[in-house]
Design a protein around this ligand. Structure first.
Ligand code: OAD
Length: 251
């Protein structure tokens, strides 16, 4: 398989993931007929203005999503990427997802471009905290100043954390293979990372159930559900690693 061949020869492979990688775990994507944005107007749920206008409505929506994420389990796609990191092939995972399925699958070197649904930040004093479960009452209040807590995620119209973005750009610029999984590739600046990787000479492997805005960039397009596509690539990589291992009996 070509994808495994490229990855096994790479020196610095990076994975770049989107909502599609968590779809098979039961966490909905954003675009398309089944996507969140077909039932929920992002302007009413994912902007600072929406939160200022109706924090309870926004929090109710996040609490529902937190419950879905808490019930979800990493699927074979998250697990395969974590195993590729363990094998020393994937060096970094850059995700647009705010769920914690990469962490729970065992990924260690993870850059979360759009924040984390389990982190909250005070809109008054900036205090940050990590929640273990969805808040019982909404909107939750800051334990330090009683200000309004908000989900520490990036909303439309907000900039990415500059340090997080800097790290992601460094990884995109230095990688020789980028494994792009389950993203429509339409949200900037995140979607510019595969472009930057390609411009610097990296090979792009894309796994998606359908063509995306990034497919024309891809050197290899694996049109499969992420779990099946990545499991197959991993199995091929492990076979290669096994074959390449020197045997102790050969003296
Ligand atoms: P999208 O919902 O835009 O795209 C999901 C992609 O996953 C699509 O290309 C689908 O074809 C693909 N997909 C669906 N199921 C899949 C499966 N089982 N296996 C493989 N691929 C599958 O999600 P993102 O690209 O992540 O931002 O969206 C980017 C950003 O837009 C999100 O981070 C979020 C959203 O607005 C913010 O909230 C700032």
């Amino acid at each position: 398989m070509e994808a495994a061949e490229l990855l096994s020869k790479s020196k610095h492979a990076v994975a770049f993931t989107g909502a599609g990688i968590s779809a098979e775990s039961g966490v909905p994507t954003f675009r398309g007929a089944q996507g969140l944005w077909s039932s929920f107007n992002p302007e009413e749920y994912a902007t600072p203005q929406a939160f200022a206008k109706d924090p309870v409505k926004v929090w109710e929506w996040y609490r529902w999503r937190m419950r879905l994420i808490r019930e979800a389990k990493p699927n074979d796609a998250h697990l395969s990427i974590a195993r590729m990191e363990e094998l020393g092939i994937v060096k970094t995972v850059i995700t647009q997802n705010v769920d914690d399925l990469h962490e729970r699958a065992g990924s260690r070197n993870l850059i979360k471009l759009h924040g984390d649904v389990w982190t909250v930040k005070c809109t008054t004093c900036g205090f940050r905290d990590r929640l273990n479960s969805p808040p019982e009452t909404v909107p939750p209040r800051c334990p330090a100043c009683r200000g309004l807590l908000r989900p520490d995620v990036v909303w439309f119209g907000e900039p990415l954390d500059p340090e997080v973005w800097r790290k992601a750009l460094v990884e995109a610029s230095r990688c020789d293979v980028m494994l792009v999984v389950g993203t429509s590739g339409v949200v900037m600046p995140a979607a510019s990372l595969p472009l930057e990787a390609k411009r610097r000479g990296a090979k792009i492997i894309e796994v998606n159930v359908e063509r995306s805005a990034l497919t024309n960039l891809a050197d290899i397009f694996v049109q499969e559900p992420a779990s099946r596509g990545l499991k197959a690539i991993l199995e091929e990589l492990e076979r290669k690693a096994f074959h390449l291992k020197p045997t102790n009996t050969a003296r």
